[in-house]
Write a protein that binds this ligand. Structure first.
Ligand SMILES: Cc1ncc(C[n+]2csc(CCOP(=O)(O)OP(=O)(O)O)c2C)c(N)n1
Ligand SMILES: [Mg+2]
Length: 460
């Protein structure tokens, strides 16, 4: 029985089996040769799916428990032609802990946070807000070329970072500088990178806001959306092989989940049983493309199950929920050697970047509603105030001190020399090819001849 036609003939002539359109009901307990059945089923893939109305077996002897051991596991046969529905009855619920008034919801289970950690979380969220305001203005003044804010996503940044350890390796998109801030990257280091001066770790070769730091286990931001996701899986697999008490953590947006890299990464992670946490910031927009134009699934969380990855949906504007979910995810990822997907629902309050004006494609009152009523920083502040860990005086002191510190950092960064011209041509080739050497000479001559066309703090 090597050819599928032979199998069909066999089934047709067999009195206890039925063929109706593309539906086949095996009405007996007889077992078919597994290869033969597979060949048959692959033939039927091309059969019309809109053919005749499927008939169900009316044979009272039909065995409702018949299972077949296909590769990948046994499956149960059913006599009905039943498609899995594309729609969902109910959206996957979203885990939260704090209500809009900063009160813990009764019955919510969450990880307790000490006063010290909670106050540092709040401090860093406010730092992020202040840094965003000042660096955004610096770009508008023409002092730096580009910037992206994290407005509205401060809780995802800081609370997730707080739940990890320094040994966990971070593979960021570009809207997660808060993780680096939490790990101790200084305001001066942020400013040096944005002003591309000689103390920037990237030697001025990256756009502003594309931070990276070996010391902080934070892989350099790449603009190419989603490329970091499979990298994180590879790193996680290596951490597992080395039996490290650490995981890899990758951040990306809803737009990142629309890239092929996301799907390949989830699949690899599931199969390799890699300790990686996928944190998707579903903020509703990929620049001007709303999520409704990106996917028709119930967001991102449901994609985890399709790949065999344990998943949860969390309120991204609730710092306590994010902290608890990430801590639990980390524990499971490392001890059970498995990937975890977290979909954090949120809203991108800022423009996509300084190259964007989001009021051109979304209503201003929608942005305002999220900025004011659903603000994650204000919500967390209410909670620490309720606990007696924060007050108005501490608030105004913190905000004015941070403003001074950041203004100082950018003033210093602006006046530091740019990296030497040679740095633009090094670190790629062991022996630079002749055309690169020529370009370097040409650039140096041009700077000498036309100094007025170049920044004064370039070192030739
Ligand atoms: C591979 C690739 N395609 C397109 C772009 C242009 N681009 C930059 S950011 C972005 C949107 C990403 O949206 P999302 O992942 O939701 O992140 P968000 O900006 O909302 O945080 C796009 C399309 C890019 N940088 N790389
Ligand atoms: Mg987005």
């Amino acid at each position: 029985m090597r050819k599928s036609t032979t199998i069909l003939n066999y089934l047709k002539s067999n009195t206890k089996s039925k063929i109706c359109g593309s539906t086949i009901s095996l009405c007996s307990n007889q077992s078919l040769n597994r290869n033969a059945l597979l060949t048959l089923l692959s033939t039927l893939r091309f059969a019309s799916t809109t053919s005749q109305h499927p008939s169900t077996s009316n044979d009272s002897h039909y065995n409702h428990n018949q299972v077949v051991d296909f590769p990948g596991g046994t499956v149960k046969f059913i006599p009905e032609m039943r498609f899995i529905t594309e729609s969902f009855v109910e959206r996957t619920p979203c885990y939260h802990v704090l209500d809009d008034n900063g009160q813990t919801i009764s019955g919510s289970n969450f990880v307790q946070v000490s006063e010290e950690v909670a106050v540092k979380m709040y401090h860093d969220m406010v730092t992020l807000q202040t840094m965003d305001t000042i660096l955004y203005e610096a770009q508008r003044q023409g002092r730096i070329s580009f910037y992206v804010t994290t407005n509205g996503e401060e809780a995802i940044n800081i609370a997730s970072a707080a739940a990890l350890t320094m040994d966990d390796v971070i593979f960021p998109q570009y809207r997660e500088p808060g993780v680096l801030l939490w790990r101790g990257f200084t305001l001066q280091e942020f400013a040096n990178q944005c002003f591309s001066n000689k103390y920037d770790n990237g030697k001025g070769r990256q756009m502003p806001a594309h931070y990276g730091s070996n010391k902080h286990n934070y892989i350099t931001v790449a603009s190419t959306v989603a490329t970091q996701i499979p990298h994180a899986v590879g790193a996680a697999y290596s951490l597992k092989m080395d039996k490290k008490d650490a995981c890899a953590v990758t951040y990306f947006g809803d737009g990142g989940s629309s890239e092929g890299d996301f799907h390949a990464a989830l699949n690899f992670a599931a199969v390799l049983e890699a300790p990686v946490i996928f944190i998707c910031r579903n903020n509703g927009w990929a620049i001007s493309t709303p999520t409704s134009d990106q996917f028709r699934s119930d967001g991102i969380v449901v994609k985890g199950q399709a790949y065999g990855v344990r998943s949860i949906r969390v309120d991204g504007n609730d710092a306590l929920a994010i902290y608890s979910a990430v801590q639990a995810a980390r524990q499971m990822a490392i001890s059970e050697e498995r990937p975890i997907l977290i979909e954090a629902l949120t809203y991108r309050v800022g423009h996509h970047s300084t190259s964007d004006d989001s009021t051109k494609y979304r209503p201003a009152n929608e942005i305002e509603r999220w900025r004011l009523a659903r603000n994650p920083v204000a919500r967390f502040r209410k909670w620490i105030e309720r606990n007696g860990w924060w007050n108005t005086n501490a608030e105004s002191e913190l905000r004015s001190s941070l403003r001074q510190q950041i203004l100082h950092a950018i003033q210093v960064a602006e006046n530091i020399e740019k990296p030497p011209i040679e740095d633009m041509f090094s670190d790629v080739y062991d022996v630079p090819p002749s055309n690169l050497k020529e370009q370097e000479q040409w650039l140096k001559e041009s700077i000498r001849k036309h100094p007025q066309e170049y920044p004064s703090n370039i070192c030739v």
